[in-house]
Design a protein around this ligand. Structure first.
Ligand SMILES: O=C1C[C@@](O)(C(=O)O)C[C@@H](O)[C@@H]1O
Length: 256
């Protein structure tokens, strides 16, 4: 399993899995407060879900928010994500070209350390985000989410491979299991991809059924797990204190 690299250094000093806490505030003031509260819990990574920000259509306001998050982050690296509505994000008042312009402006601001974009977006847009993140020296997570089901094994494998083919630095899959068999398949596909791909992989099964993957996914090759700092960004996320405790138990038991 390969750690995620940020600025040429392994995230969390190479500890696997690293732990990421999302920021989901709707106003700039609330976001700054949320970032401070969550940063104090010392996640390895903060994910700023900008699709929750009500003023997302005001680029200057988003840049001010980015500076606020950076100032409150206590040097914890920041993952910038606009999750599209099709893949479980909030409805936003921006066209896709405007989203790309926002990615460019935020990347240029120097206030974030990596970016997430859905691999299922229009190929030209994925290529543009790849190009702009490269230009600004930012690693790119290419992600896929299914909030209703867990795709067949062949599609899970194809999605991990697609991210690598599109030149992602990290491949991420989030699915909704309908059974423990689905959870098992997601973990199996993650293990397989973590061995087959040249880039780090992240996966999770969402909801209550999938919650176990947020604790044991690292053992199956997932380089990052998402945990609640102040508020959840997806179903099934567990408070960061509990995730850290569980990871410590597993770490002690496996190192023997
Ligand atoms: O893609 C992911 C993973 C996630 O959906 C989860 O299930 O933890 C949470 C999102 O905020 C993040 O962008």
């Amino acid at each position: 399993m390969i750690p995620i690299q940020i600025g040429g250094r392994p995230l969390a000093g190479g500890r696997l899995p690293a732990v990421c806490a999302p920021l989901v505030a709707r106003t700039r003031a609330a976001l700054a407060a949320e970032a401070a509260v969550v940063a104090a819990k010392k996640p390895d990574l903060l994910e700023w879900r900008v699709d929750f920000l009500e003023s997302i259509a005001d680029a200057q306001e988003v840049l001010r928010a980015a500076a606020n998050v950076r100032a409150a982050s206590a040097d914890i690296p920041i993952l910038f994500t606009r999750r599209c509505q099709r893949e479980g994000g909030q409805p936003i008042a921006l066209t896709e070209p405007q989203v790309l312009a926002l990615y460019e402006a935020v990347a240029a601001s120097g206030c974030v350390d990596l970016m997430d974009f859905e691999m299922g977006n229009e190929p030209g847009h994925v290529a543009q985000v790849r190009a702009l993140t490269r230009r600004h020296g930012l690693p790119l997570v290419l992600s896929f989410h299914d909030f209703h089901a867990t795709p067949a094994d062949a599609e899970l494998r194809a999605r991990f491979e697609q991210a690598q083919r599109l030149q992602a630095d990290v491949a991420k899959l989030a699915v909704m299991p309908q059974s423990m068999e689905d959870v098992h398949r997601l973990l199996g596909a993650t293990l397989q991809a973590s061995r087959a791909l040249a880039i780090p992989v992240i996966s999770m099964a969402m909801g209550g059924l999938g919650a176990v993957t947020r604790l044991c996914g690292g053992g199956f090759g997932s380089a990052l797990t998402f945990a609640v700092g102040a508020a959840a960004s997806a179903p099934g996320q567990i408070p960061i204190e509990e995730v850290r405790a569980a990871l410590a138990v597993l770490q002690r038991a496996t190192s023997g």
